[in-house]
Design a protein. Sequence first.
Length: 505
Amino acid sequence: MTTTTTAKAPETTDRATTTAPAPTADTGRRRVSARVRILLWLLLVMALALAAVAMTTRSFLLRDVDHRINRLLTQETGEFANFEERGGDPRTGRPFTDADRLLTVFLERQYPDADEELIGLVGRAGTGPRQIRQPHDLPVALPLHEDPAARARIFGSPDSSGVLDRPQGEIRWAKVTVAQPGRAPDAAFVVAFHPEREQARVNSVFRTLLVISGVALLLTVGIAWAVAGRILKPVRVVRTAAAQLTEQDLTRRIPVHGHDDIAALAETFNGMLDRLERAFAAQREFVDDAGHELRTPITIVRGHLEVMGDDPAERDETVRLVTDELDRMSRIVEDLLLLAKAERPDFVSPEPVQVAELTADVYVKARTLGERDWRLDGVADLEAELDPQRITQAMVQLAQNAVQHTTPGRTIRIGSRTDGPDLELYVADSGPGVQPQDAEVIFERFRRGTARRGARGSGAGLGLSIVKAIAEGHRGRVRLHGTPGGGATFALVLNTPRAPEGDPS
């Protein structure tokens, strides 16, 4: 008795139809958004992956059908060969001597599967073999027992198994020849299997997978579209903000939410806007300051040149005045350029510096600025990371400022010290001091305060602005306080990395 086992299709991943390529966009007219590109790449990868999985699953199912058919054919032919060798005729109780009787008895005891045919063929190839079979209806277009040409081809084939391709459908077959002793084979037992229904089941499962894959792909498209839109929303906000930025309005900022890469992008963009705003403000301030301060000396130069006469003494005096104003213009331009460079990251170049040696050098250089009672008040014996040239420039400027606001013979002290984590380099004078209302404005450009501490100097009001810029370039500040006994003390307060105090020698 033959038992047919139905193959169970393994679970597979959904297959998606191939995604059409994204339409070509004219870069001059239209751009494909990042959201669409991400979605298209996701769909393409998913479609290829699902197609590969679905095709592989179909091939596995078809291979399983082939293996099961081959096992069935081998089992049926093995049973007949065993019956031929060991079976006996129930009428005589002796071994079979007639092929017709052998095939008839064997087929009476068999129960073929729905897609299987068990046929006995008696006769010779080419003469139309007679068939022996049980009545059995098959759900196929043309069974083997109704196709004489196919039976003749199988009976006459020298092979024991094979595949017969017909327009009405494929047949997988195997046969066992029956021969009388000393005679050529004149009968055969044939097992034929029609795989159409098994293959149709596989194709049905495959089509079901296609439908499920299509639905899953549509759901994935919707979810991916929503998720991509939510993730890329800050990017669109950045793009919108960038499109709305103008030279006149750099105050717009991107709201930052979360701690992911998009939030980091927004923070970076806001930092860039801060730098742009400072750069444009510095540029406008430079232009305004230059126009304001240079207008006066240009007017003076033009006025003197227009009224200059032919008298040699008058000409010499005019040349002297014009030269003096041109020198003042040159100093103003140099100071403005220096303040403009203060916004650049390379404005200061820190390096390890011995503060005691730097303080002593500043003291020696400042002594030549005027006849004052110069004193080296104290030194901090440590090594710090700072720019010695910029610090010297700031300290000399503070010393020059002290000279301008003191009279000859007055005391000016220069020194350095530590105050907790901070390093202070200071210049203390014994002049009239700074009025409280002036302390907030004297560090601004071209601001000298409402009350002067002494005689008016030749500066343009940029010296303390430069000192402030140098201090901020070292991540520090400028501090102003009164000097005991009268006067003002200006100190550079720098929070710079420094080594522990060492041996002065």
